[in-house]
Ligand binder design. Structure first.
Ligand code: ZN
Ligand code: ZN
Length: 387
């Protein structure tokens, strides 16, 4: 036990005097922060022309036509890419979530409300619907025709019909699109014989509006163990068999006439595989390693007069100052975080904070710093005060 203590304090002294100390590798963090991106899209707009009345009454039938609203829908897509890693034993991946905007419907849909104020049943198949844009008739698909041609509206009732119109991609900006109804029965006698028919017409101006809005872009990161493959040098054994000449028999297989016990009379001995470092596997990393800086730490003792000053040191992992009690041998550990502007040790006495580097005026590491407060002005020995 005693020899252990001596060995320990000797080691501590050696460390304290060593300017190189324990190297700490810190990787740069290039992770991206969540943010926004501006997305542009065209939002269609259909405005009725000044001469167009949306609600039109003829005889006993009122028809109101409007255009279905266009709506935007935001969807998000996630893409995973290999990212630079901030340690040596994992791979790191970035998941980027990006937005996209779509506008729906992608065609002009007319919403037609037909109100039957006649005393007889109104059969919609008696009328014909037509859409005209840029002077060309758009043929309403049969499926849509089938849907509305079977509609009968009882007296005093109304019915709403959606007529699926042309794709907005086909429409030119500022073009006119018209919806027409021909031969709608508007007056019937008591035997349901149509006595009068009417035509209806609505005109709209189609326009596109460029919209630009900000949407969220997100980043997340995750780690994965590095993939490994069997070492081809040692075949996964971690050792290369019979690689070097036996140091005992010098390859002769015999020592003093007897078979060599070290190499089993092979004349050669195994060596640890230098390719895989005895692991039998080799890493196949995907991530490049992030740029890194090596910081050194060393141990120093602090004596204050009077004793009892508080000490705070910068922790490179938490990146903040922490209360740092000395170790069992009275040593504080300090990490030189930069060669140009290292984070000093903070020594707090009577509400005054002294920023100190445990570095001698010669530039060498200090093993013991002494601060004497007794004169009112701190006098520092074997240390450097910084602003
Ligand atoms: Zn041998
Ligand atoms: Zn190997």
């Amino acid at each position: 036990m005693k020899s252990f203590l001596i060995a320990f304090s000797l080691t501590a002294m050696i460390i304290a005097c060593s300017p190189t100390g324990i190297p700490v590798k810190e990787y740069e963090n290039h992770e991206k922060q969540d943010g926004t991106t501006a997305l542009s899209y065209s939002l269609p707009l259909l405005n009725a022309t000044s001469g167009t009345v949306l609600m039109q009454k003829q005889g006993g039938v009122t028809v109101t036509a409007s255009v279905e609203n266009f709506q935007t829908k935001v969807s998000y897509q996630s893409d995973t890419t290999v990212f630079e890693c901030d340690n040596n034993y994992q791979d790191k991946f970035q998941v980027k979530t990006t937005p996209s905007v779509s506008v729906s419907p992608q065609r002009v849909d007319f919403k037609i409300k037909v109100t039957n104020d006649m005393e007889r049943i109104l059969k919609i198949k008696e009328a014909m619907f037509e859409i005209i844009y840029d002077g060309v008739g758009y043929s309403i698909p049969d499926s849509v025709l089938d849907d509305y041609q079977s509609i009968n509206i009882a007296p005093g009732h109304d019915h709403e019909i959606i007529i699926k119109g042309p794709s907005t991609l086909k429409l030119k900006n500022e073009s006119t699109i018209s919806f027409l109804i021909y031969d709608m029965p508007i007056k019937m006698n008591k035997a349901s014989i149509i006595e009068e028919r009417g035509n209806y017409e609505w005109n709209f101006i189609y326009s596109k509006h460029e919209v630009s809005k900000d949407y969220d872009v997100g980043y997340t990161y995750y780690y994965k163990e590095i993939n490994t493959i069997a070492c081809s040098k040692c075949g996964g054994d971690g050792k290369i068999n019979n690689e070097v000449t036996c140091a005992y028999c010098l390859g002769t297989t015999k020592v003093g006439g007897a078979p060599c016990t070290l190499c089993g009379a092979d004349g050669k001995t195994d060596v640890d595989c230098y390719e895989c470092g005895e692991r039998g596997i080799v890493d196949v990393p995907l991530s490049p390693r992030a740029p890194s800086t090596i910081y050194y730490s060393w141990f120093f003792k602090l004596q204050t007069i009077p004793a009892g000053a508080k000490v705070r040191v910068y922790n490179i992992y938490s990146k903040q100052y922490v209360v740092a009690p000395p170790d069992a041998s009275g040593f504080f550990e300090w990490t030189k975080t930069s060669s140009v502007n290292p984070k000093p040790v903070l020594i707090i006495e009577n509400n005054d904070t002294l920023k100190l580097l445990p570095i001698k005026s010669t530039g060498k590491a200090s093993g013991k710093v002494i601060i004497d407060y007794s004169s009112g002005t701190p006098i520092v020995k074997n240390g450097t005060v910084v602003e």
